[in-house]
Design a binder for this molecule. Structure first.
Ligand code: HEC
Ligand code: HEC
Ligand code: HEC
Ligand code: HEC
Ligand code: HEC
Length: 504
């Protein structure tokens, strides 16, 4: 048996060598690709394992609403969050369905982070009637995405077993049951056993899911954890939890002072972590808010009577606040030799613990909109304004990554990605420039420069592909804006002066 398996493995290595990035090819033949993985994996190609390789069923897992009866604050934060929607998210469902059609091993790969319970119990079913491209169903407890019981029964990481020897591709160990793990050393609960887990206090815990590499060619597609690991935040022991499990105002202080929330001694962090428990210095927020204000809009108005909508509006407002907190803009206008004037807009990532944007950088859009007018109201330059189809013009300065498939063609489908040809995301506490040129008309006295930084989760055409043409208009959030009026005279003086030597 093992020899036989080796042979299949060898054949696959050969196939892989002939078609190094032929995920689609190999998969259409038979879904055995996963066996080519070097390690014995319980749910290939993911790196999920269960303690003692125990077989799990949906009955092993608790409904978050039960936890919510004593942990009200955590429940209200989690509910309506991206973690609670990780399986139901219609954008995810649509892309997942396309992924599985291209390569059946994608059911486990994608599901491993978006429905850990569904994959570890083998209960995810495809339903071709759902959505535009088909979709998936799972037992109710598995459809609740990354739920309380998922995170609080993770006992460790399989990072040494992954193909890249780093956290990622759901490299976590599950042990659902009586004992709930987190960072309290003295917790006592009448409902369950408790346990201290150092893993839960570290970014590594998040990295099991917030680092994604292609399961066929190992290309790092999403590397939020890696970006953090080599940042000033990691150097100062600031973990993901320190920004994403506290209110935005506190997260901003954490980013500015490089002090952990515990050290800030802010009374607004205090409270009860459970009904019947003692007063604690820090109650961790469970909305895990990032930048996703879009999904809320996609899923329609929140209905206060539906349990799954509780907390959704708050999480949306918080996402907008977080996006508004992250970056700063600085303008520089320099007259050049010849008729052109140069505008440089410096965009600094002040407060994200990873690149801006991070994760799905091949589809996320953070871009500059710039408009220059003169004192007569004449438009001298316009760049980055959305057109009538809610798309960005070609010349827009976008901070993202350009992904290509094996043929070098642009792709937004993660299973096709073999490399990025251009990466223009902004590192933590680092900056990038947008550069523009325009003509100042003779007789103009002043010019007015308006620069804005915007965010949206994905371009309109991708939403059209996934959800149907015009099913949704992708919303944008204005992150930060600056406006300056500059006397033309000052420019001309500048042009004769040291500016010519300014570094570019
Ligand atoms: C009957 C009430 C009750 C229910 C229901 C309940 N808990 Fe708890 N839980 C508590 C109490 C009380 C504590 C201790 C709080 C303290 O010491 O501040 C606690 C502590 C915890 C801790 C902290 C463990 C540590 O050592 O850091 C976690 C994690 C936890 N619960 C998760 C859950 C999850 C997940 C569920 C649902 C499966 C759940 N709880 C259901 C009452 C409850
Ligand atoms: C994405 C993973 C994740 C999910 C989902 C999650 N938690 Fe937590 N939770 C954590 C982490 C990590 C900590 C510890 C944070 C720290 O100490 O840095 C924590 C802490 C806690 C604590 C200890 C008290 C505190 O504030 O530190 C309790 C109780 C708790 N969670 C309950 C819940 C309940 C109930 C749910 C579901 C409604 C839930 N958690 C969902 C990751 C999660
Ligand atoms: C290792 C864990 C992991 C795997 C594997 C994974 N994802 Fe995700 N996915 C995430 C995380 C984490 C995010 C959130 C990142 C963010 O919002 O910035 C995410 C976000 C998304 C989103 C964006 C949702 C939205 O509403 O904006 C889509 C779509 C998605 N994933 C599709 C997929 C598909 C399709 C696959 C399989 C080809 C997949 N994911 C595999 C962890 C994973
Ligand atoms: C079991 C896998 C898993 C773990 C563990 C996990 N996440 Fe996530 N996380 C996801 C997935 C999947 C999504 C995206 C869901 C979607 O968009 O459909 C997500 C979304 C998020 C988002 C929302 C992004 C946005 O666009 O607003 C943030 C922030 C986040 N996670 C932070 C964390 C932090 C911090 C930790 C560690 C304490 C953590 N996550 C642990 C799987 C996980
Ligand atoms: C210093 C504070 C800070 C730390 C540390 C931090 N983040 Fe963030 N994170 C932010 C801010 C601010 C944003 C919103 C801007 C953005 O989208 O990049 C964000 C956004 C995100 C998003 C949404 C990205 C998107 O556009 O979809 C995810 C996912 C995320 N963080 C996960 C993590 C994980 C995982 C870690 C740890 C490895 C982490 N963050 C560490 C501040 C932080």
């Amino acid at each position: 048996m093992s020899i036989h398996r080796h042979r299949i493995g060898l054949m696959l290595v050969l196939v892989a060598a002939l078609f190094p990035f032929g995920a689609t090819f190999a998969a259409k033949e038979k879904p055995v690709k996963a066996e080519a993985q070097p390690q014995e994996q319980q749910f290939p190609p993911t790196y999920i394992s269960t303690e003692g390789h125990r077989k799990l069923t949906p009955e092993d897992w608790k409904d978050p609403r039960i936890c919510g009866q004593c942990h009200t604050a955590q429940y209200e934060g989690w509910n309506g969050s991206m973690h609670s929607n990780a399986f139901k998210d219609p954008v995810f469902q649509a892309l997942w369905a396309l992924a599985e059609k291209a390569d059946p091993t994608m059911r486990n790969h994608c599901g491993g982070c978006h429905t850990p319970i569904g994959i570890s119990t083998g209960t995810v079913e495809a339903d071709p009637k759902l959505g535009l491209h088909g979709g998936f169903t799972a037992p109710e407890v598995a459809s609740m995405g990354v739920s309380c019981d998922v995170c609080h029964t993770i006992t460790g990481s399989n990072l040494q077993k992954t193909a890249v020897l780093e956290h990622g591709n759901s490299s976590y160990i599950l042990n659902p049951g009586e004992k709930k793990l987190a960072s309290l050393t003295d917790a006592e609960s009448p409902f369950h056993k408790t346990g201290y887990s150092e893993h839960h206090t570290k970014s590594d815990f998040c990295g099991n899911c917030h680092n994604i590499f292609h399961p066929g060619n190992n290309f790092p597609i999403e590397r939020t954890y890696d970006e953090w690991k080599y940042s000033i935040y990691a150097q100062n022991d600031i973990q993901c939890q320190d920004c994403h499990m506290v209110p935005v105002e506190i997260a901003s202080q954490v980013a500015d002072t490089l002090k952990r929330p515990e050290e800030l001694d802010d009374p607004s962090l205090e409270g009860f972590v459970a009904l019947g428990g003692p007063w604690r210095k820090v109650v961790h927020k469970h909305g895990f808010v990032g930048g996703n204000a879009v999904l809320t809009a996609l899923m329609g108005e929140a209905d206060p009577d539906k349990y799954e909508d509780l907390g959704r509006a708050d999480n949306k407002d918080e996402a907008v606040k977080r996006l508004k907190s992250v970056a700063s803009l600085k303008l520089e206008v320099n007259a050049k030799d010849g008729p052109l004037t140069q505008l440089k807009v410096r965009v600094t990532n002040e407060r994200a613990g990873h690149h801006l944007p991070t994760s799905l950088t091949e589809v996320r859009q953070v871009w500059l909109e710039v408009v220059v007018t003169d004192d007569q109201g004449k438009e001298l330059l316009r760049s980055g304004s959305l057109d009538d189809h809610n798309e960005l013009p070609q010349d827009t300065v976008i901070f993202n990554a350009h992904a290509v498939d094996a043929n070098g063609q642009h792709t937004s489908f993660p299973w096709e990605i073999v490399r990025f040809t251009d990466v223009n995301t902004i590192p933590p506490k680092g900056w990038k420039y947008g550069k523009y040129y325009f003509n100042v008309p003779a007789g103009a006295k002043d010019i007015k420069v308006v620069a804005k930084l915007h965010y949206r989760s994905f371009p309109q055409h991708l939403a059209d592909i996934l959800l149907g043409k015009d099913a949704v208009k992708v919303p944008s959030v204005e992150m930060v804006a600056v406006e300056e009026v500059i006397p033309v005279a000052s420019l001309q003086v500048a042009s004769a002066e040291p500016h010519a030597h300014a570094p570019h």
